[in-house]
Write a protein that binds this ligand. Structure first.
Ligand code: ATP
Ligand code: MG
Length: 591
């Protein structure tokens, strides 16, 4: 008995049908799959003379010269209640100033700029200005401590860094000596600390006109570090051609339209916050809402309602926190403008999907991708019914399959529906990473037989929908069964007292591994023996004794990455008393 027989498929929640609506960007999935070509998608870009392509040009400059010039490109909601609307025309001017400033400072195309800022307008201007001038940009979480920053800037051989005076003093100054390539540090505002220059006057004195330079679509554009959930983060290289995928996935998988108010809650410090928190909404002519503040239940509902958000892209952790606050918190907020809600980053529990339907009036649409894929690969599309717990179907233009690795290092594609294996994607889409910076061997290991190997386990049902099983590293082997933590966690959070759950395997002499769960409780529940027994009983009843956890520990919070992913490897290392490994992306860790 494997997980495919006794779990998700066996306890599937009813499919959620959609009420008829006027139109979707993707109306007929099968027809579009049959007719789609990346060459056609590429033709939706304005492009540059001679076949060039530049991300910032497509995101901002083309709109600033066209019909959308006066529409709002960035709607910034500041921490102190500030509100700033920046039109495409204004944004183009700011972005041009940044590009000119880089040129004036002698930062050449191909060199690397790091941006370490909270979600303030300068972050967006710096990322787009670097891209416009063909300088490679790497956004870093502002919560990173000095060591993670130093590591990333060293790997990227950063030439220039944009940050704030406070972040500079706390995070950069202590490690500045370790960063010989870092020639310029620019700090936001008017006042520069020793060793830095002030950004505002530099931008003010730069011209707001900048001709988009010739840009080869294969020019390196973005350096994105992975979340570090499974180990040391990797620096994935993306090129300007990726914009084709950003744009078309925004259009089809997020159903984005010109004029939409779009809110992606991810920080640009990880890839979702750049591909969909900066680039895709702008290429699609939407208004990109940026909320500077961190998660807050009341503020989030208020933002959705008062800003009349049309399309919302968030993550399972945030959704679970909203669920934890209860349906009352959503009451009284007018969400009638919300047309589409999507989620990414972690498996989305079926309960969360249906909770969306019950409390917010529509299901969350899960989609799957990675830093390495640069854009959405598998998605629940707006026009199609949703199977709660499934990641959906491949984007048109994307061929996904389930594979088993052969003894010779090759892959065998599994044809049968419902069989678990590694999720693989046929190489060759525009936003596919072009390398792990400085780690060629690790990069080469990601490919076999023309397929990109994702390192995630999944299965595909008879309708072509993909179901996440777990990361290959997280799968638990117990008494001959292979268990994906996701299905066990999904059952645990069905229990009325459980807010979040993480499941690992702990070594056991007889079973090989025992399934152990860590659970965080909803407010108002006491961690005691009765509750432990109730949770164990619930899991056994839903999953059967072979798959249900044998052990349950209560904890106030589960360890997560800054992008909100549960770090099972850390729970396991702590459980086994092993070294904790790279903790640079651990949430709440200020090193
Ligand atoms: P690292 O590679 O450094 O360990 P990471 O894999 O978490 O970190 P990301 O590229 O940010 O870094 O995350 C991609 C991974 O997140 C996927 O491989 C998958 O494991 C998980 N993921 C993303 N979206 C989904 C989803 N919809 N369902 C299940 N898992 C998802
Ligand atoms: Mg990964």
């Amino acid at each position: 008995m494997g997980p495919q027989q006794d779990t998700a498929a066996g306890r599937e929640l009813p499919q959620i049908e959609k009420a008829p609506r006027r139109s979707f960007n993707l109306e007929d999935y099968e027809a579009l799959r049959a007719s789609f070509s990346w060459a056609d998608a590429r033709r939706l870009m304005e492009g540059l003379p001679g076949g060039g392509l530049n991300i910032a040009h497509e995101a901002v400059i083309r709109h600033a010269r066209g019909a959308r010039a006066e529409s709002t490109a960035l709607l910034w909601l500041g921490r102190q209640g500030e509100r700033r609307e920046i039109s495409y025309r204004e944004l183009a001017g700011e972005v041009a100033r940044f590009a000119n400033m880089l040129r004036d400072l002698g930062v050449a195309p191909g060199e690397r700029v790091f941006v370490m800022l909270g979600r303030v307008p300068e972050l967006y201007i710096a990322v787009l200005g670097s891209l416009l001038s063909r300088v490679v940009v790497s956004p870093l979480f502002s919560a990173f401590g000095p060591e993670p920053v130093a590591t990333r800037v060293s790997i990227g051989q950063g030439r220039l860094l944009v940050t704030s005076p406070g972040l500079y003093a706390r995070k950069i100054a202590p490690v500045r000596d370790e960063l010989p390539t870092l020639q310029h540090v620019l700090v936001t505002g008017e006042v520069a600390a020793p060793g830095t220059a002030a950004l505002t006057p530099l931008l003010a004195s730069a011209s707001d006109e900048f001709e988009t330079p010739e840009t080869d679509p294969e020019d390196m554009a973005l350096l994105h570090f992975t979340s570090g959930t499974t180990g040391t983060p990797k620096g994935a290289i993306h090129v300007h051609e990726a914009v084709v995928a950003h744009h078309i996935t925004g259009h089809y998988a997020l159903d984005l339209r010109p004029g939409d108010i779009f809110w992606c809650t991810a920080d640009p410090g990880w890839v979702t916050g750049t591909s969909y928190g900066i680039i895709a909404p702008l290429t699609n002519g939407a208004t990109n809402l940026v909320l500077e503040s961190e998660f807050d239940v009341a503020l989030w509902y208020e933002t959705l309602a008062s800003e009349r958000v049309n399309v919302w892209y968030t993550a399972p952790t945030a959704i679970r926190r909203l669920m934890k606050a209860g349906p009352e918190a959503a009451r009284g907020h007018d969400l009638s403008h919300l047309r589409f809600m999507a989620s990414v980053g972690e498996p989305l529990n079926p309960e969360a999907v249906t909770w969306g339907q019950q409390v917010l009036g529509q299901p969350f649409h899960d989609n799957w991708w990675q830093t390495e894929t640069g854009g959405i690969m598998i998605a629940n599309f707006a026009a199609l019914p949703v199977k709660p717990g499934s990641m959906g179907r491949p984007m048109p233009g994307i061929e996904a399959a389930i594979a088993r690795r052969g003894a010779d290092g090759g892959v065998d594609i599994v044809q049968d529906a419902g069989v678990e294996g590694e999720l693989v994607i046929r190489s060759g889409w525009p936003s596919m990473m072009r390398g792990y910076l400085g780690e060629e061997a690790r990069y080469q290991k990601c490919f076999a037989g023309g397929w990109y190997l994702t390192g995630d386990l999944a299965r595909c049902d008879e309708d072509g929908c993909f179901w996440f099983v777990g990361r290959a590293d997280d799968v638990i082997k117990t008494s001959g069964h292979l268990i994906g933590p996701f299905e066990v966690e999904s059952v645990l959070i069905e229990h009325p007292a459980v807010a979040e759950a993480a499941v690992i395997g702990v070594p056991d002499a007889t079973a090989g591994e025992l399934v152990k769960a860590f659970v965080a409780l909803k407010t108002g529940h006491q961690p005691d023996e009765t509750l432990r027994r109730s949770i164990l009983g619930h899991a056994r009843q839903r999953l059967g004794p072979a798959v249900a956890p044998k052990l349950v520990d209560f904890c106030a919070d589960l360890p997560k990455t800054r992008s909100g992913k549960i770090m099972r490897r850390l729970l396991k290392a702590r459980e086994l008393g092993l070294p904790e490994g790279d903790l640079s992306t651990l949430e709440g860790d200020a090193r």
